[in-house]
Design a protein around this ligand. Structure first.
Ligand SMILES: C=C1C[C@]23C[C@H]1CC[C@H]2[C@]1(C)CCC[C@@](C)(C(=O)O)[C@H]1[C@@H]3C(=O)O
Ligand SMILES: O=C(O)CCC(=O)C(=O)O
Ligand SMILES: [Fe+2]
Length: 364
């Protein structure tokens, strides 16, 4: 991991108009965006309506579709999810408001070295090459009832009273995302044949991350990437993209674009759930491309286990034919690995297991 050093700031209000982009933002040829827009990934959205109402046939149909998608690429869309789309619009508007501010005001929430929360502009002080063409604002959401309103308080305490209203909106959004995640954990347990309770119970009181992504326009969109290729190291991601488009998923050895569907949420399996399913469900390899005409926003809710929970698959998923792939670990250790030692990509879990093994050898 390159050492963290202060370098130039990514002031989107300036860089978005520059015809020559700094070399740190130019990705190697084998990772550049596709020369032509890639094919759309044709995934039927999974209708959660029947599942949420407990209709047995709808439950088994949703479980079958989830199982197919997660064994293959770890990506699916959900509709009829019970989320108030007016709330989603409020978060998008607040996102525009925040990222539209002058840099020095955004930097009031500047991400501290090694921390995952706060404002970051393209991580210019975190990585020295292949910089993402984006600004992000990340904050913690805790489902622990003793830590209620942690989002709201973050906005007021860190960002100031003029953000209190946006903080309330994000608090409500995270609570809605938490409910959807718990329902999806139940569905994933049913899909894997271990019952709805195992994963749902594991994520009661979860300690998750919300991230607002803002991708300024780029005058060289064929050389840059908004977010590089990766699997989310977290458990499950619920993402809402605006109508601009830019999310791509790697399936059958090639990139596919995900057409924005405003009423749908994108759901993808993260590394932690790959470990929780003993490798049966695959972490979704994805990235985000940028464009030269329209800024893009996406809202990503990353479900993460409570800090003290051991990440371990249910015994039903471990057998002679399918032995344990990953060792026990806790999420804070994987999170620290991604924040201080390794930039998440498509091999994070493998690198993490090797790092853990080395740490244990060194400490024995
Ligand atoms: C725990 C996290 C680390 C990242 C944000 C969440 C889940 C996704 C991770 C990330 C987006 C994967 C690509 C690289 C990364 C550095 C980024 O582009 O932002 C990752 C995030 C991070 O480490 O800040
Ligand atoms: O903006 C997007 O569509 C993807 C963002 C993403 O993958 C992430 O934040 O982990
Ligand atoms: Fe991601």
């Amino acid at each position: 991991m390159p050492s963290e050093q202060r370098s130039f700031s990514f002031d989107a209000s300036i860089l978005q108009h520059q015809s020559h982009i700094p070399p740190q933002f130019i990705w190697p040829d084998d990772e550049k965006p596709c020369p032509e827009p890639p094919p759309m990934l044709d995934v039927p959205p999974i209708d959660l309506g029947g599942f949420l109402s407990g209709d047995p046939e709808a439950v088994s149909n949703a479980a079958r579709l989830v199982d197919q998608a997660c064994r293959k690429h770890g990506f699916f869309l959900v509709v009829n999810h019970d989320i108030d789309m007016k709330l989603v619009d409020e978060v998008h508007r607040g996102t525009d408001f925040f990222f539209g501010m002058p840099l020095e005001k955004k930097e009031r929430a500047l991400r501290k070295i090694g921390d995952h929360c706060g404002y970051a502009s393209s991580f210019t002080n975190r990585f020295s090459s292949k910089l993402p063409w984006k600004e992000t604002l990340s904050f913690r959401y805790s489902a622990d009832r003793h830590l209620s309103n942690v989002v709201e308080r973050y906005f007021s305490d860190v960002m100031g009273d003029d953000y209190a209203a946006f903080g309330k909106v994000c608090q409500r959004y995270c609570e809605a995302m938490n409910m959807l995640c718990l329902n999806l954990m139940e569905l994933l347990g049913i899909s894997l044949g271990v019952g709805g309770g195992y994963y749902r119970d594991l994520f009661e009181g979860n300690d998750s991350i919300m991230r607002l992504n803002y991708y300024p326009t780029c005058q060289k969109p064929d050389l840059a990437l908004g977010t590089g290729p990766h699997c989310d190291p977290t458990t499950l991601t619920i993402l809402h993209q605006d109508d601009v488009g830019g999310l791509e998923v790697y399936v059958d050895e090639k990139w596919h674009s995900i057409t924005p569907t405003p009423q749908a949420f994108v759901v993808n399996i993260g590394d932690t759930f790959m470990a929780l399913s003993n490798g049966i469900y695959k972490g979704c390899l994805h990235r985000a491309v940028v464009n030269s005409t329209t800024p893009r926003r996406s809202l990503a809710f990353f479900l993460c286990p409570r800090m003290d929970k051991i990440v371990r698959p249910p015994k039903e998923l471990v057998s002679e034919g399918n032995p344990r792939i990953y060792p026990d670990f806790t999420w804070p250790v994987l999170l620290e690995f991604t924040q201080k030692h390794y930039r998440s990509d498509m091999k994070t879990l493998e690198a993490f297991v090797n790092w853990l093994r080395q740490k244990r050898i060194n400490s024995s």
